[in-house]
Design a protein around this ligand. Structure first.
Ligand SMILES: Nc1ncnc2c1ncn2[C@@H]1O[C@H](COP(=O)(O)OP(=O)(O)O)[C@@H](O)[C@H]1O
Ligand SMILES: [Mg+2]
Length: 488
């Protein structure tokens, strides 16, 4: 299969697999059929052996794992579509969740994310970015692993304490920059970053799989909770995209994409997120095309996607849009104008009057040009409309072989543990040194007061005292070493 039937209008509307990397857009007001369209696409891709990553904001995608059932509404839609041999099917699904509550925990290490992306996300200025870079470099040269936020915070302390020395080697490290970075890290931590950063970290290869029957794995990122933190949401999606970009070879146009990515509530990526992050997303979306990856944005209004991205989206599906205010009407005109149209249709009118599960569609054709807009009745999905019961959901998450691999966090020895141990050791050394000094002083005082009544015998005592002092010293030293080896 080299194309996916999405719907029927004046003609059959297919999205071509070899044009999936021209990216796409699914828009429409709430309840007009966006999610169902997304499912139809995902199912077609899975069937063709293409894995997908879907950010699920409403939590209504897990049922792709369950076969659908016939009902009257579905039956009349199939009749209208002229489809008689429709079969119900389910697809291989892995649920992911950075909070580890509604899916396999999805984690990333601080060092994998790297100083640059972190700086983007934290909105650091150039000076602060430079300092973050130094923090990573120092960690590297000291052999300290940066895995979770604890590690990074401890590393910031370490750099702060050794600021002067580090500045000499790496360039100026201002303490204001260090505290600014610490402050900004708190935001990420509050948003759940303490769970997001850690190990075992996600191996991108685990997302890009087919099952034993050759169906593409559907990876659903449960974002129902994550979405309340647009920063973390954008950060995660950008990270995944970047990882894919960096790990995939340059392939140009393939017969079918290697992977397709669907961003639900995509307007969140472009509102309330730092400008640098948005720019980065725009850049990666452009570049990832030549890696054989298709990216689809799902929004309530097509104009929620910035022009620089929108112009790159060659596969368009627009469901009904609301037209209550003059502003909305204007937006609809703008959307209509993005379609290639013939005279037979007034696209503005069509967009306003589309039924549920109906859409204006235009896909890249074999030459890459957009097909003339068509009003299409969208196919129903082969999988279920029903919400999974809690039990079904748990079973879905738990039955994945990857669940066992990722479920338990590992907190191996990294910067935090090592630096903390160093600090502890230095503290106890200082403490013992203090005790030793006090004991020496005490002995000297006794020696002095005895000296006033020195006899020959006293000389013997003197040398005895010397021995005692030495013995105490040795004992202290041994104690020190003992405690050090014990801690190891
Ligand atoms: N292609 C379709 N085939 C069958 N039913 C559909 C289709 N599209 C939408 N529907 C019906 O409309 C409801 C709402 O669609 P949904 O995709 O959840 O809307 P949105 O995601 O835009 O809010 C679905 O639950 C389903 O009952
Ligand atoms: Mg929806």
């Amino acid at each position: 299969m080299d194309k996916i039937l999405i719907g029927k209008g004046n003609r059959e509307n297919y999205i071509l697999l070899n044009k999936m990397n021209r990216h796409g857009l699914i828009s429409g007001a709430t309840g007009t059929g966006k999610t169902v369209t997304l499912k139809v696409l995902t199912e077609g891709l899975s069937e063709a052996g293409v894995p997908t990553i879907l950010a699920d904001v409403k939590g209504d995608l897990a049922n792709i794992s369950k076969p659908g059932e016939m009902n009257d509404k579905l039956n009349s839609r199939l009749e209208e579509l002229g489809i008689s041999n429709f079969d119900f099917k389910n697809y291989p699904v892995n649920m992911w969740d950075i909070y580890g509550e509604k899916g396999i925990p999805l984690r990333v290490t601080v060092s994998e994310m790297g100083p640059l992306m972190l700086a983007n996300i934290l909105e650091l200025n150039d000076t602060q970015t430079g300092v973050l870079n130094i923090i990573f470099k120092v960690a590297d040269s000291e052999g300290l692993l940066l895995i979770d936020l604890k590690d990074l915070k401890q590393m910031i302390n370490f750099v702060g304490e050794n600021r002067e020395e580090i500045s000499k080697t790496y360039g100026n490290v201002a303490s204001q920059s260090l505290s600014a970075i610490s402050r900004k890290l708190l935001f990420i931590e509050d948003a759940g970053g303490d769970l997001f950063f850690g190990e075992p970290a996600i191996d991108i290869g685990d997302l890009i799989r087919t099952d034993t029957s050759g169906k593409g794995l559907v990876n659903i990122l449960n974002a129902t909770k994550l979405i309340s933190n647009p920063l973390l949401y954008s950060m995660l999606l950008l990270y995944l995209l970047s990882e894919i970009y960096e790990n995939f070879p340059e392939v140009g146009d393939l017969d079918r994409p290697k992977l397709a990515f669907f961003f639900d509530e995509a307007h969140l990526l472009f509102k309330n997120t730092p400008k640098v992050l948005q720019d980065k997303i725009i850049q990666v979306v452009r570049l990832v095309r030549s890696k054989g990856v298709g990216v689809f944005f799902i929004t309530q209004n097509p104009l929620d996607v910035p022009e620089s991205i929108s112009s790159q989206l060659s596969n368009r599906i627009v469901h009904q849009l609301r037209a209550y205010s003059p502003k909305e009407l204007k937006a609809i005109k703008a959307v209509a104008d993005t379609f290639r149209q013939d005279e037979s249709m007034d696209l503005k009118e069509e967009i306003i009057n589309l039924r549920t599960g109906e859409a204006l569609v235009s896909f890249a054709d074999e030459s890459g040009a957009p097909t003339v807009a068509d009003k299409a009745l969208i196919l129903p999905p082969h999988s279920s409309f029903a919400t999974l019961t809690d039990e079904e959901y748990r079973a879905l998450v738990g039955s994945s072989p990857l669940y066992t691999k990722y479920k338990d966090p590992i907190d191996r020895e990294s910067a935090y543990e090592i630096l903390l141990e160093r600090i502890e050791r230095e503290k106890s050394e200082a403490q013992r040194q203090k005790e030793l000094d006090a004991q020496r002083k005490e002995l000297e005082r006794t020696q002095k007061s005895n000296r006033s009544q020195k006899t020959y015998i006293d000389k013997g005592i003197d040398s005895m005292l010397g021995t005692i002092t030495r013995t105490i010293g040795r004992e202290i030293a041994r104690g020190l070493l003992g405690s050090m080896t014990k801690r190891k």
